[in-house]
Design a binder for this molecule. Sequence first.
Ligand SMILES: Cc1ncc(COP(=O)(O)O)c(C=O)c1O
Length: 425
Amino acid sequence: MSTPVMQEMSSAKLDVAWVREQFPSLKEQVAGAPAAFLDGPAGTQVPRQVMGAITNYLTHANANTYGMFATSRRTNEMILAARAAMADFFNCAAEEVVFGQNMTTITLGLARAIGRELKAVDEIVVTTLDHDANVGPWRALEEKGVVVRQADIREADCTLDLADLRSKINGRTKLVAVGYASNMVGTINPVSEITKMAHAAGALMFVDAVHYAPHGLIDVKAIDCDFLVCSPYKFFGPHMGTLYGKKEHLERFKPYKVRPATNVSPESWETGTQVHELIAGIGAAVDYIAELGRKCDARAQTRREALASAYAATVPYERALLTRLMDGLEALPGIRIFGITDRARFGERCATVSFRIGEHNPTEIATFLGQRGIFTWDGNFYALNLSERLGVEQKGGVLRVGLVHYNTAEEVDRLIAALKEFVAG
Ligand SMILES: Cc1ncc(COP(=O)(O)O)c(C=O)c1O
């Protein structure tokens, strides 16, 4: 949706039992305990619909594109269908969807292509809140003399300092690169407002929606951004990346490519042979979310409406889990939670929570939890600027717990009980 805050929408209750049945891996056990997948921000689990689509492609359509035979034609059709699914996911036209290896590779390629047109006086704005995949590719253009400015955060709640961001955008700014949501502290940025700032200065707006995608409905038309990237493996799909680019930009900028490859976008942006079986899985991931949406609200007619219904059910569900998690964490002695903790402001964040406990190294805590079948992440998760800014980079970073719609209140309670045990030593 267009606003920075995930809107409260009237929604049917999420059928979590049905959801969990779709994900075979949720039945995994560790040392006799059920696995609790609280590691979603680094990659979510995959429903059987996605596994089935990958197997089906390899069984019935495995070929390269544009051949004069059945499996090749099926491959072309499958790619068109997956592009249409991602177009519904982004709310754009199918020819504005590009597939790629992952967000980092896509962004490095796009930055190089945009960089071809930049001069030494030009400027780019990045932020302290972002994953390095939305910093490093732009900083690489410093080699050409491009000036990269970095907007700071407000440390108290780990939100972007919008006044600082505004002060860094000027007539020389050519691009503003901002994340939709932080993969470390969960903050959701007001990307529509920032897009207006960028456009007012004549700059392009690039949004990294990798972390936001499993938590809220994306609407590139409402945001009016020029580019937006996300990675299907973070929203129940396979390990790949996807890019939305406004048609005019995909046609105007020139990707680096080999001579026989097409000059026609979006395919001109898809370097070499794609991982077709995983593209089949991307289409199925979008269809899984839509299927969930139809279960939540049978009135949803189009796939886009069904996607909106799904998020209308998962957003309040995740919010309730987040509140339960925050209540449990705040009761732990010696805890320092990074980011928004004010319940009234939970609309400005998603259910990804990072914290430290006393002087314990986060790896120690993640190991303790992992032995009990509770999967969490420790470190900086490549949000290097933020980890340094918060003064935790030299101390092992933070422990990160990420909740998505297949997680449960019982899993949150198990985590809190295990953390209590850890603290009690
Ligand atoms: C916010 C954010 N941006 C970018 C990335 C990089 O994505 P990919 O692994 O697809 O390159 C990640 C991965 O964790 C992320 O969380």
